[in-house]
Design a protein around this ligand. Structure first.
Ligand code: IMP
Ligand code: MG
Length: 182
């Protein structure tokens, strides 16, 4: 898989250290109150499994799956719920866990959707943020972010291209020739 990358962007160690820090910050901010994590499948699973073990709070979790990308590398802007929450979130303090904020369309949609289900609070935690790619109509604020990254297509640590590379233990920049632009 490594030959398909132009370079490693975030090493295993950098990821581990930053995720531990995020967990500490979340633990401090929620100050003993119960937290309900909602992971967005499938990209967030690796991040979420590390993050939740770095959080020292009474914690419950759920997952949602949405589709916004198909199999390509460019956003379609269309968000469709593929798998809904399995339990109600009314009255809960919810923290959405996402792999990457790109155009921001996916997270904006999910945030509004969860707010409309009477959660006590909805906050957002993304591992990666590409601020240069934000859609002009998106005004979403991120509460927790791991790393700001350049406008490049990245894979690994849960992130895929065409469902592949999610199992890489680090984050790398995919060589553009893999998706036919090199
Ligand atoms: P957004 O709606 O444009 O913010 O897209 C968010 C989703 O697009 C993420 O959850 C990812 O699944 C996917 N995505 C965006 N950028 C990348 C990338 O660089 N690598 C892999 N997936 C990406
Ligand atoms: Mg995703």
């Amino acid at each position: 898989m490594e030959k398909d990358l132009s370079r490693v962007l975030l090493t295993e160690r950098e990821l581990r250290e930053r995720v531990t820090e995020l967990g500490r910050q979340i633990t401090r901010d929620y100050n003993g109150r119960p937290l309900h994590l909602v992971g967005i499948l499938k990209g967030s699973v690796v991040f979420m499994s590390d993050l939740m073990r770095a959080i020292d709070l009474p914690l419950t979790m759920d997952f949602m799956a949405v589709s916004s990308y198909g199999s390509g590398a460019k956003t379609s802007g269309v968000v469709q719920v593929i798998k809904d929450l399995s339990s109600p979130i009314a009255g809960k303090e919810v923290l959405i866990v996402e792999d990457i904020l790109d155009s921001g369309l996916t997270l904006s949609y999910i945030t509004e959707l969860l707010k409309s289900k009477d959660a006590a609070d909805v906050k957002v935690c993304t591992l990666l943020n590409k601020p240069g790619r934000r859609h002009p109509e998106v005004t979403l604020e991120v509460d927790y972010e791991g790393f700001i990254i350049p406008d490049e297509f990245v894979v690994g640590y849960g992130l895929d291209y065409d469902e592949k590379y999610r199992n890489l233990p680090y984050v790398g920049i995919l060589d553009p020739r893999v998706y036919g632009e090199g």
